[in-house]
Design a protein around this ligand. Structure first.
Ligand code: FRU
Length: 448
């Protein structure tokens, strides 16, 4: 079986990848760190791998930034530019400071690491944790500068309690617990990877709290939920109930970039996977892929605010060719050529085929968006049909297909539907049929 490596989506050159970590823009580059096993294709020897990009589109992988050490995994966390050198870790310029979870023997606590060359090379910070409650599970710090209170805030998850702790600090080194959120929303599984960030809508700032659940996600297994509300520098108060950030089965552990140069811009990316089968995917020599970077906004609906996500506009720089596709006819495409299709809100069916036959089918009808995907034998929880409900005004449906990744955005991004595919042979043909039989003009991506 030959599962192709995605071309636009980031994968590690070799071996295991899970959560994105430490997303930060500094020195003219977007840095992505990621949970990485530099030795094998499964979760273990956890380290921060490192990649960077000047355009959010083409990624260059660097050396491991924060390696596993005997007795301490480097688990998930975040990074910020410490512009005022509040931490005192800078030498001749603002340091980039990462806050990550050290996973020891039945013990998790938060540690610092520092880069003094604009995010290129990294060293572990003070050897002692900066935030330690003596707990077995306490992880995934997401740190940000809170301008109104002139200090740092970090949200850290208490997985078993289904709670997000909010901590503040003047200097990234001394932290005080100021509030706790939860349990709330989806609580069937432990909580992981929180993020808390503002979005400005019609001149008014609202806050989004996202936290992942390990079980009971929208399609079973892991998933991402969020609330919209207020944050006063100490406590988050939701103004509406929990919603799913993505209706698909494979969207997890997303966090947003820090220090983006465009004011008010919010971009996140997640791990395109589900812990139900993540360790068993037959994609060697790489194992694990990140979503495309997605731009976030809030859109009102009857019940409050919906988080809308669309692929960042930087992806439009990809060169495209037009494909003319008669309705219901099979069109051959280069195996593994990424596709960026824009389809109408009216019913259609898109079959994705390989030399071995139909591999997956995506369709839109009155009940919403559906995907049927197959799987290699023995991969539990992968094969099946998955449905996402759509609001009445679904708008254009954008379908990004890149080898084994499928990301669908509908209703202006209010619905995201992210799914891995495991075609037994690379997808090499499409068949698209709709109601009016008029045929289709589609865009394929060239030369990513
Ligand atoms: C989420 C997670 C985090 C943890 C990391 C370990 O996928 O379980 O909670 O820090 O992965 O790799």
């Amino acid at each position: 079986m030959a599962v192709l490596r995605p071309r636009v989506h980031f994968t590690a050159r070799r071996f295991w990848l899970n959560d994105p970590n430490g997303l930060v823009f500094v020195g003219g580059r977007y840095h992505v760190f990621f949970q990485h096993n530099p030795r094998a294709g499964n979760h273990g020897y956890m380290s921060w791998g490192h990649a960077s990009s000047v355009d959010l589109l083409r990624w260059v992988e660097h050396e491991v930034a924060l390696p596993w050490r005997e007795g301490l995994d480097v688990f998930s966390g975040s990074a910020v530019v410490d512009w005022r050198n509040t931490s005192g870790l800078g030498e001749g310029g603002p340091p980039v400071v990462a806050m990550f979870t050290g996973n020891g023997f039945y013990h998790q606590a938060q540690y610092l690491a520092v880069s003094r060359d604009g995010g290129e090379s990294w060293a572990f910070g003070p050897p002692e944790p900066v935030l330690d409650e003596g707990k077995q599970d306490f992880r995934d710090p997401k740190v940000f500068w809170h301008e109104p209170s002139g200090g740092w805030v970090s949200v850290v998850v208490h997985p078993d309690e289904r709670q997000v702790g909010v901590y503040t600090s003047p200097d990234l080194r001394v932290w005080s617990r100021v509030s706790v959120f939860g349990p709330a929303g989806g609580v069937a599984g432990i909580w992981e990877v929180p993020d808390l960030f503002p979005l400005v809508v019609a001149g008014q700032k609202r806050w989004v709290l996202k936290v992942d659940v390990f079980e009971g996600g929208p399609q079973g297994g892991t998933g991402a939920q969020y609330w919209v509300g207020d944050f006063d520098g100490r406590a988050f108060t939701p103004s509406q109930g929990a919603r799913w950030a993505d209706a698909g089965k494979d969207f997890y552990a997303a966090i947003t970039f820090s220090d983006l140069p465009q004011p008010g811009r919010r971009v996140w990316l997640g791990w395109l996977n589900n812990w139900v089968y993540a360790n068993h995917l037959p994609t060697q020599p790489w194992q694990g892929v990140l979503t495309v970077p997605r731009e976030l906004t809030l859109v009102p609906d009857g019940a409050g605010w919906v988080l809308a996500q669309v692929p960042v506009r930087e992806l439009d720089a990809l060169r495209h060719v037009a494909l003319r596709l008669p309705d219901g006819e099979v069109l051959k495409v280069g195996p593994g050529v990424p596709l960026d299709l824009r389809l109408p809100a009216a019913p259609w069916t898109l079959e994705l085929r390989s030399s071995g036959g139909e591999e997956a089918r995506l369709w839109l009808d009155g009940a919403g968006l559906h995907l049927t995907r197959g799987a290699p034998e023995g991969l539990d929880g992968f094969a099946g049909t998955f449905t996402a409900a759509l609001p009445d005004a679904a708008g254009e449906v954008r379908v990004l297909l890149d080898a084994c990744t499928l990301e669908v955005f509908a209703a202006g991004g209010r619905v995201a539907f992210t799914q891995l595919l495991l075609p037994l042979e690379p997808i090499s043909a499409l068949r698209l049929s709709g109601a009016d039989g008029r045929g289709w003009t589609l865009r394929a991506t060239q030369d990513p």
